[in-house]
Design a protein around this ligand. Structure first.
Ligand code: NAD
Ligand code: LMR
Length: 327
């Protein structure tokens, strides 16, 4: 039997948590032979902690063979202690009519504290995946507080956007979505993101040969993917949850599976023309479990360059907005 992995999850009693925890405990995230201990962190609010008790009861009631323990806490120092993976989901979600920038200051303070604590108490091999919005900048904020853990340990999720883009391309082409490959997300998890369709393939052919309506690719496709989160909020009155949890399972599973190529928001270090200090979506190849290298070989045409410049500007602006906080 392998040693259990400790997985800290913030916002564990929230919507995403309710779809996520059962997938982790069932083995979907770390594999069918990898035991896990869930360290569930909620805000110190009576209602949230009561709800967390209920979620923990349901986890017990599933009798998952891989689940070797559940910690419930409102103290992040307890929740992040010795954690191998820290999944930062807890944050105030966007409501109808709000843009992600509205959340920056409220959620930024949360990620400062969490970044410091993770750096202080998590396991030596700790990895962090940020979902709480605005995810890229929250990730940058958390990483900015770390002295022990290097920036590559901090990733933010753009996998939901990749999954959304894959499905939209498949629907337009009228093909099974498994035939759509190499669609990667660049930049911010926001409407400015760029799903780089020119590098995608469908059934082994360039997507731009299969989908000859290039105006659709440049316009409605990019817009649908970029604004999908808002469309779901408008329809449900709540932000996406099951699909976000599923994307986080994919994000981490791909990061622990060597050879996988997938979209992750990482510290750009100037790649693809992004400001060096922002966290931007780009394709990575997982090297060893938890580690990755950025794939830098994709050439960008003028359209792609202008989209990347726009999403980079938004990330730079977000960084400037919280500059005082991260000093
Ligand atoms: P939710 O409101 O249902 O749950 C959030 C939970 O976080 C709540 O239970 C709340 O009590 C808790 N929380 C708040 N502050 C906390 C703190 N400091 N420590 C621990 N827990 C805390 O929200 P949700 O629908 O689960 O969404 C969570 C976040 O994920 C939101 O920011 C949302 O915008 C974001 N999101 C991101 C993506 C993505 O693709 N990156 C997709 C969907 C949602
Ligand atoms: C999403 O993309 O569904 C989430 O980030 C929710 C949001 O605020 O758009």
């Amino acid at each position: 039997m392998k040693t259990p992995i400790r997985v800290a999850v913030t916002g564990a009693a929230g919507q995403i948590g309710y779809s996520l925890l059962f997938r982790i405990a069932s083995g979907a995230m770390f594999g069918p032979d990898q035991p896990v201990i869930l360290q569930l962190i909620e805000a110190p609010i009576e209602k949230a902690l009561k709800a967390l008790e209920g979620v923990a009861m349901e986890l017990d009631d599933c009798a998952f063979p891989l689940l070797k323990g559940v910690v419930q806490t409102s103290d992040p120092a307890v929740g992040f202690k010795d954690a191998n993976w820290c999944l930062l989901v807890g944050a105030k979600p966007r409501g109808p009519g709000m843009e992600r920038a509205d959340l920056l200051k409220d959620n930024g303070t949360i990620f400062i504290g969490q970044g410091r604590l993770i750096d202080a108490v998590a396991a030596a091999d700790a990895r962090v995946a940020v979902v709480g919005n605005p995810a890229n900048t929250n990730c940058m904020i958390a990483a900015s507080q770390a002295k022990r853990l290097t920036p590559d340990r901090f990733t933010a999720m753009v996998r939901l956007d990749q999954n959304r883009a894959q499905t939209q391309l498949a629907k337009k082409a009228g093909v099974d979505l498994t035939t759509v490959k190499d669609i990667f997300i660049y930049g911010n998890h926001s409407p400015s993101m760029f799903p780089a369709f020119a590098h995608a393939t469908i059934g082994g052919r360039p997507a731009t040969d299969v989908i000859t309506d290039h105006a659709w690719l440049q316009g409605p496709f990019c817009e649908t993917v970029g604004k999908r989160g808002g469309a779901i909020i408008a329809a449900r009155g709540l932000s996406s949850a099951a699909s976000a949890a599923n994307a986080l399972v994919d994000h981490v599973r791909s990061l622990v599976t060597p050879g996988t190529i997938h979209s992750v928001a990482v510290k750009s270090d100037g790649r693809y023309g992004f400001d060096a200090n922002v966290w931007a979506g780009m394709p990575v190849r997982t090297t060893t479990p938890g580690s990755y290298e950025v794939i830098t070989g994709y050439a960008m045409d003028d359209f792609a360059k202008s989209k990347i410049a726009a999403t980079n500007k938004e990330l730079v602006d977000e960084r400037a907005f919280v500059a005082e906080m991260i000093k």
